[in-house]
Design a binder for this molecule. Structure first.
Ligand SMILES: C[S@@+](CC[C@H](N)C(=O)[O-])C[C@H]1O[C@@H](n2cnc3c(N)ncnc32)[C@H](O)[C@@H]1O
Length: 238
């Protein structure tokens, strides 16, 4: 097996060239590979190699009398659906509309660069906007956000004013949506005044956070009674 080191870090274009000498079902082939950069992963008998599925790799024909075995392991969330290369006769799923926004253009530029690096520039529509002023782009959907929580930006007083307004905006404009807010501030549920339906512990780097889930239902959930121990990590109910 030989690989092009680092090639798994960016999306590479490939063409389908099915032929009898290519074991891949569609004969997927990367074009314009600089083979002078290839590194061989030489193995001794009984050894095996592991590589990232996106790294450019290939192997010469197996001229031995024994099989060469390759295993491909994919970890995929159950929500994943095939949208390309569907079996003949099956309708493709509609393209999922995805929108992103931030108050500042500089942040959007970073997001745009990240999308480009991931090959997803076309998939997400970005716009500069205040989250307190935007409208829901559909009757139902999923909103995911990592608002300021005082670690790097946002003085506590500003945040104490922002979160109740954010909760109001969600309630007024995002009824029918499931909203997920990543925050290291365990007081967030009190400030936002919406009922948390789920808390998932997560880390943002070294920072312990919760992914708070809010199911926004029209005309409800204003001012819930505080859940005992809401303010601390130990009170998190999974
Ligand atoms: C903690 S940062 C998260 C940035 C980015 N989502 C990330 O995960 O790296 C919070 C972001 O919220 C944005 N923000 C703050 N107040 C906002 C508002 N009222 N409307 C929209 N975005 C806002 C900030 O500009 C900042 O980019």
């Amino acid at each position: 097996m030989r690989v092009i080191p680092g090639s798994h870090l960016r999306q590479m274009a490939f063409v389908n060239t099915p032929n009898e000498h290519n074991l891949l079902p569609r004969g997927q082939t990367i074009i314009d590979v600089d083979e002078s950069k290839a590194v061989h992963m030489n193995l001794q008998p009984g050894e095996f190699s592991i590589h990232h599925e996106a790294i450019v790799h290939n192997s010469d024909p197996n001229n031995s009398d024994d099989r060469r075995i390759g295993m491909s392991i994919h970890y995929i969330p159950t929500s994943t659906r095939q949208v390309k290369y569907l079996e003949k006769g099956r309708k493709p799923l509609a393209t999922l509309p995805i929108y992103g926004s931030d108050l500042y253009g500089d942040t959007l530029k970073l997001a745009q660069a990240n999308l480009r690096a991931a090959g997803l520039e076309e998939a997400v529509q970005l716009k500069q906007a205040n989250v307190l002023e935007i409208s829901a782009p559909a009757a139902t959907g999923i909103l995911v956000t990592n608002p300021p929580y005082g670690e790097r930006m946002g003085a506590q007083q500003d945040l104490a004013e922002f979160y109740p307004k954010f909760g109001d905006a969600l309630k007024q404009k995002f009824a029918g949506w499931n909203c997920y807010i990543l925050s290291a501030d365990m007081n967030l549920p009190k400030l936002i005044k919406l009922q948390v339906s789920k808390r998932t512990p997560l880390f943002n780097g070294a920072l312990e956070c919760r992914l708070f889930e809010y199911r926004i239902v029209a005309g409800s959930m204003r001012g819930p009674k505080p859940v005992q121990g809401d303010a601390g990590a130990q009170s998190v109910k999974r």
